[in-house]
Design a protein around this ligand. Structure first.
Ligand SMILES: [Zn+2]
Length: 271
Protein backbone atom coordinates (compact mmCIF):
# COMPACT_ATOMS: atom_id res chain seq x y z
CA UNK A 1 0.00 0.00 0.00
CA UNK A 2 1.50 3.38 -0.91
CA UNK A 3 2.17 5.27 2.32
CA UNK A 4 2.79 8.97 2.86
CA UNK A 5 6.39 9.02 1.58
CA UNK A 6 5.40 7.16 -1.59
CA UNK A 7 2.48 9.54 -2.13
CA UNK A 8 4.69 12.59 -1.55
CA UNK A 9 7.25 11.14 -3.97
CA UNK A 10 4.51 10.66 -6.53
CA UNK A 11 3.28 14.23 -5.98
CA UNK A 12 6.77 15.61 -6.52
CA UNK A 13 7.19 13.39 -9.56
CA UNK A 14 4.03 14.53 -11.35
CA UNK A 15 4.03 18.19 -10.26
CA UNK A 16 6.41 19.54 -12.94
CA UNK A 17 4.28 17.95 -15.68
CA UNK A 18 1.01 19.36 -14.35
CA UNK A 19 1.69 22.74 -12.78
CA UNK A 20 0.67 25.70 -15.02
CA UNK A 21 -0.50 23.26 -17.68
CA UNK A 22 -4.01 22.00 -18.28
CA UNK A 23 -5.80 18.75 -19.03
CA UNK A 24 -6.89 18.92 -22.68
CA UNK A 25 -8.63 15.59 -22.64
CA UNK A 26 -9.66 13.21 -19.91
CA UNK A 27 -10.28 9.59 -20.84
CA UNK A 28 -11.88 7.32 -18.29
CA UNK A 29 -11.76 3.62 -19.09
CA UNK A 30 -13.11 2.44 -15.74
CA UNK A 31 -15.47 4.64 -13.73
CA UNK A 32 -15.89 2.26 -10.81
CA UNK A 33 -13.00 2.65 -8.41
CA UNK A 34 -13.48 2.52 -4.63
CA UNK A 35 -16.23 5.03 -5.35
CA UNK A 36 -17.58 5.81 -8.81
CA UNK A 37 -15.73 8.67 -10.45
CA UNK A 38 -18.27 11.54 -10.54
CA UNK A 39 -19.29 12.99 -13.93
CA UNK A 40 -18.22 16.37 -12.57
CA UNK A 41 -14.58 15.25 -12.95
CA UNK A 42 -14.86 16.61 -16.51
CA UNK A 43 -14.58 20.09 -14.96
CA UNK A 44 -10.88 19.37 -14.56
CA UNK A 45 -10.43 19.79 -18.31
CA UNK A 46 -9.35 23.07 -19.94
CA UNK A 47 -8.42 24.61 -16.59
CA UNK A 48 -4.95 25.77 -15.67
CA UNK A 49 -3.59 23.59 -12.86
CA UNK A 50 -2.58 26.02 -10.14
CA UNK A 51 -1.17 23.59 -7.58
CA UNK A 52 -0.46 19.91 -6.98
CA UNK A 53 -0.69 19.38 -3.23
CA UNK A 54 -0.84 16.50 -0.79
CA UNK A 55 -3.03 16.17 2.27
CA UNK A 56 -2.41 12.93 4.14
CA UNK A 57 -2.37 10.33 1.42
CA UNK A 58 -4.59 12.35 -0.93
CA UNK A 59 -3.11 14.15 -3.93
CA UNK A 60 -5.00 17.34 -4.77
CA UNK A 61 -4.83 18.65 -8.33
CA UNK A 62 -6.09 22.22 -8.03
CA UNK A 63 -7.60 24.65 -10.51
CA UNK A 64 -9.45 27.93 -9.92
CA UNK A 65 -12.81 26.14 -10.20
CA UNK A 66 -12.08 23.19 -7.93
CA UNK A 67 -9.83 20.26 -7.26
CA UNK A 68 -9.45 16.64 -8.25
CA UNK A 69 -8.89 14.41 -5.22
CA UNK A 70 -6.80 11.32 -5.92
CA UNK A 71 -6.09 8.44 -3.55
CA UNK A 72 -3.90 5.52 -4.60
CA UNK A 73 -5.70 2.99 -2.39
CA UNK A 74 -3.95 -0.36 -1.98
CA UNK A 75 -2.28 -0.73 -5.34
CA UNK A 76 -2.64 2.53 -7.25
CA UNK A 77 0.06 4.52 -8.98
CA UNK A 78 0.31 7.58 -11.17
CA UNK A 79 2.68 7.46 -14.07
CA UNK A 80 3.80 10.13 -16.49
CA UNK A 81 4.30 9.06 -20.09
CA UNK A 82 6.01 11.67 -22.19
CA UNK A 83 4.96 10.17 -25.49
CA UNK A 84 1.50 9.03 -26.41
CA UNK A 85 2.76 5.95 -28.20
CA UNK A 86 3.47 4.06 -25.00
CA UNK A 87 0.63 1.51 -25.01
CA UNK A 88 -1.96 1.66 -22.28
CA UNK A 89 -1.52 -1.14 -19.76
CA UNK A 90 -4.26 -3.24 -18.25
CA UNK A 91 -5.66 -1.39 -15.18
CA UNK A 92 -4.71 2.06 -16.52
CA UNK A 93 -8.18 3.37 -15.65
CA UNK A 94 -7.78 7.09 -16.23
CA UNK A 95 -5.70 9.04 -18.73
CA UNK A 96 -5.13 12.78 -18.53
CA UNK A 97 -3.78 14.27 -21.75
CA UNK A 98 -1.91 17.40 -20.78
CA UNK A 99 -1.40 20.58 -22.78
CA UNK A 100 2.37 19.98 -22.80
CA UNK A 101 1.96 16.66 -24.61
CA UNK A 102 2.51 14.45 -21.57
CA UNK A 103 0.07 11.88 -20.43
CA UNK A 104 -0.74 11.07 -16.83
CA UNK A 105 -2.08 7.58 -16.25
CA UNK A 106 -3.81 6.33 -13.12
CA UNK A 107 -3.14 2.63 -12.72
CA UNK A 108 -4.94 0.63 -10.03
CA UNK A 109 -5.36 -3.17 -10.34
CA UNK A 110 -7.33 -3.58 -7.11
CA UNK A 111 -9.43 -0.43 -7.60
CA UNK A 112 -9.36 0.70 -3.96
CA UNK A 113 -8.14 4.11 -5.08
CA UNK A 114 -10.37 7.04 -5.95
CA UNK A 115 -10.69 10.04 -8.22
CA UNK A 116 -13.20 12.63 -7.04
CA UNK A 117 -14.02 16.22 -7.87
CA UNK A 118 -14.78 19.08 -5.53
CA UNK A 119 -15.93 22.53 -6.68
CA UNK A 120 -14.05 25.42 -5.10
CA UNK A 121 -17.31 26.85 -3.67
CA UNK A 122 -18.06 23.64 -1.76
CA UNK A 123 -17.03 23.15 1.88
CA UNK A 124 -14.00 20.99 2.69
CA UNK A 125 -14.55 17.50 1.35
CA UNK A 126 -15.72 15.00 3.97
CA UNK A 127 -12.65 12.83 3.25
CA UNK A 128 -10.37 15.71 4.16
CA UNK A 129 -12.15 17.65 6.86
CA UNK A 130 -11.47 15.39 9.85
CA UNK A 131 -7.84 14.68 9.08
CA UNK A 132 -5.32 15.35 11.83
CA UNK A 133 -2.22 17.45 11.27
CA UNK A 134 0.49 16.61 8.77
CA UNK A 135 3.26 14.70 10.58
CA UNK A 136 6.00 16.91 9.17
CA UNK A 137 4.22 20.15 10.07
CA UNK A 138 4.73 22.16 13.27
CA UNK A 139 1.14 21.37 14.29
CA UNK A 140 2.27 17.83 15.01
CA UNK A 141 4.36 18.29 18.13
CA UNK A 142 4.75 16.84 21.63
CA UNK A 143 1.90 18.96 23.03
CA UNK A 144 -0.43 17.62 20.33
CA UNK A 145 0.49 13.99 21.02
CA UNK A 146 0.25 14.47 24.80
CA UNK A 147 -3.24 15.96 24.43
CA UNK A 148 -4.31 13.16 22.10
CA UNK A 149 -3.06 10.36 24.37
CA UNK A 150 -4.19 11.40 27.86
CA UNK A 151 -6.66 8.95 29.44
CA UNK A 152 -6.62 6.77 26.32
CA UNK A 153 -6.45 3.01 26.82
CA UNK A 154 -5.92 2.25 23.13
CA UNK A 155 -2.50 0.86 22.16
CA UNK A 156 -0.09 3.66 21.29
CA UNK A 157 0.56 2.06 17.91
CA UNK A 158 -3.12 2.19 16.99
CA UNK A 159 -3.34 5.77 18.17
CA UNK A 160 -0.48 7.05 16.00
CA UNK A 161 -1.97 5.19 13.02
CA UNK A 162 -5.31 6.98 13.49
CA UNK A 163 -5.58 9.66 10.79
CA UNK A 164 -7.73 11.86 13.04
CA UNK A 165 -4.72 12.15 15.40
CA UNK A 166 -2.00 12.49 12.75
CA UNK A 167 -2.10 11.57 9.08
CA UNK A 168 0.18 9.29 7.13
CA UNK A 169 1.69 7.03 9.79
CA UNK A 170 1.16 3.61 8.22
CA UNK A 171 1.95 0.23 9.70
CA UNK A 172 5.59 0.08 8.64
CA UNK A 173 6.39 3.59 9.82
CA UNK A 174 4.51 3.14 13.10
CA UNK A 175 6.56 0.02 13.95
CA UNK A 176 9.81 1.72 13.03
CA UNK A 177 9.05 4.95 14.91
CA UNK A 178 8.10 3.06 18.08
CA UNK A 179 11.37 1.14 17.91
CA UNK A 180 13.34 4.34 17.45
CA UNK A 181 11.53 5.94 20.39
CA UNK A 182 12.02 2.84 22.59
CA UNK A 183 8.28 2.46 23.20
CA UNK A 184 6.49 -0.91 23.26
CA UNK A 185 3.71 -0.77 20.60
CA UNK A 186 1.01 -2.37 22.78
CA UNK A 187 1.28 0.07 25.68
CA UNK A 188 -1.81 2.10 26.59
CA UNK A 189 -1.48 5.52 24.94
CA UNK A 190 -2.38 7.27 28.19
CA UNK A 191 0.65 5.74 29.94
CA UNK A 192 3.20 7.19 27.54
CA UNK A 193 5.27 9.84 29.32
CA UNK A 194 5.97 13.36 28.08
CA UNK A 195 9.56 12.40 27.31
CA UNK A 196 8.41 9.36 25.34
CA UNK A 197 5.86 11.43 23.39
CA UNK A 198 8.67 13.81 22.53
CA UNK A 199 10.86 10.95 21.28
CA UNK A 200 7.98 9.44 19.35
CA UNK A 201 7.12 12.69 17.57
CA UNK A 202 10.78 13.16 16.63
CA UNK A 203 11.02 9.54 15.44
CA UNK A 204 7.89 9.80 13.26
CA UNK A 205 9.16 12.99 11.63
CA UNK A 206 12.66 11.59 11.09
CA UNK A 207 11.50 8.31 9.58
CA UNK A 208 8.97 9.89 7.23
CA UNK A 209 11.41 12.61 6.16
CA UNK A 210 14.14 10.05 5.54
CA UNK A 211 11.78 7.93 3.46
CA UNK A 212 10.76 10.96 1.40
CA UNK A 213 14.44 11.83 0.87
CA UNK A 214 15.15 8.26 -0.23
CA UNK A 215 12.12 8.38 -2.50
CA UNK A 216 13.59 11.37 -4.23
CA UNK A 217 16.52 9.29 -5.38
CA UNK A 218 14.29 6.60 -6.89
CA UNK A 219 11.75 9.02 -8.31
CA UNK A 220 12.16 7.97 -11.91
CA UNK A 221 11.55 4.37 -11.03
CA UNK A 222 8.60 5.30 -8.95
CA UNK A 223 6.69 7.42 -11.40
CA UNK A 224 7.94 6.53 -14.84
CA UNK A 225 8.69 2.83 -14.87
CA UNK A 226 6.50 -0.18 -15.31
CA UNK A 227 7.19 -1.34 -11.78
CA UNK A 228 4.58 -1.42 -9.08
CA UNK A 229 4.97 1.28 -6.46
CA UNK A 230 7.52 0.03 -3.97
CA UNK A 231 8.24 0.70 -0.35
CA UNK A 232 11.35 2.42 0.78
CA UNK A 233 12.74 -0.57 2.61
CA UNK A 234 16.34 0.50 2.72
CA UNK A 235 16.67 1.08 6.43
CA UNK A 236 14.07 -0.88 8.35
CA UNK A 237 15.03 -1.98 11.86
CA UNK A 238 12.09 -4.12 12.96
CA UNK A 239 9.36 -4.29 10.33
CA UNK A 240 9.19 -7.75 8.72
CA UNK A 241 12.18 -8.93 10.76
CA UNK A 242 10.63 -11.42 13.16
CA UNK A 243 13.30 -13.75 14.59
CA UNK A 244 16.19 -11.69 13.23
CA UNK A 245 18.68 -10.17 15.66
CA UNK A 246 17.85 -6.64 16.80
CA UNK A 247 20.44 -4.33 15.26
CA UNK A 248 20.72 -2.54 18.58
CA UNK A 249 20.88 -5.32 21.21
CA UNK A 250 21.00 -8.63 19.32
CA UNK A 251 17.87 -10.20 20.82
CA UNK A 252 15.40 -11.68 18.32
CA UNK A 253 12.70 -9.30 17.04
CA UNK A 254 9.19 -10.30 18.12
CA UNK A 255 6.01 -10.17 16.11
CA UNK A 256 2.51 -9.68 17.46
CA UNK A 257 -0.84 -8.67 16.02
CA UNK A 258 -2.12 -5.37 17.41
CA UNK A 259 -5.29 -3.84 16.00
CA UNK A 260 -5.32 -6.58 13.35
CA UNK A 261 -1.96 -5.43 12.01
CA UNK A 262 1.38 -7.21 12.23
CA UNK A 263 3.59 -5.41 14.67
CA UNK A 264 7.32 -5.91 15.13
CA UNK A 265 9.31 -4.86 18.18
CA UNK A 266 12.24 -5.61 20.45
CA UNK A 267 11.45 -6.64 24.04
CA UNK A 268 14.79 -5.30 25.21
CA UNK A 269 14.94 -1.95 23.42
CA UNK A 270 11.25 -1.05 23.75
CA UNK A 271 9.64 -0.62 27.16
ZN1 LIG B 1 16.87 -4.57 20.78
Amino acid sequence: MPELPEVETTRRGIEPYLLHHSVNRLTIHQWQLRWAIPKTIKRLTDQVITAVERRGKYILIKTSSGQAIVHLGMSGSLRICTTNDEPRRKHDHVEMHLSNGSLLRFHDPRRFGCLLWQNSDEPTHSLLEKLGPEPLSNQFDTAHLIAATRNKKVAIKNLIMNSHIVVGVGNIYASEALFMAGVRPGRAAGRITYKECEKLVDAIKLILQRSIDQGGTTLRDFVNSDGEPGYFKQSLFVYGKEGEACLNCGLPIKQKVIGQRSTFYCTQCQR
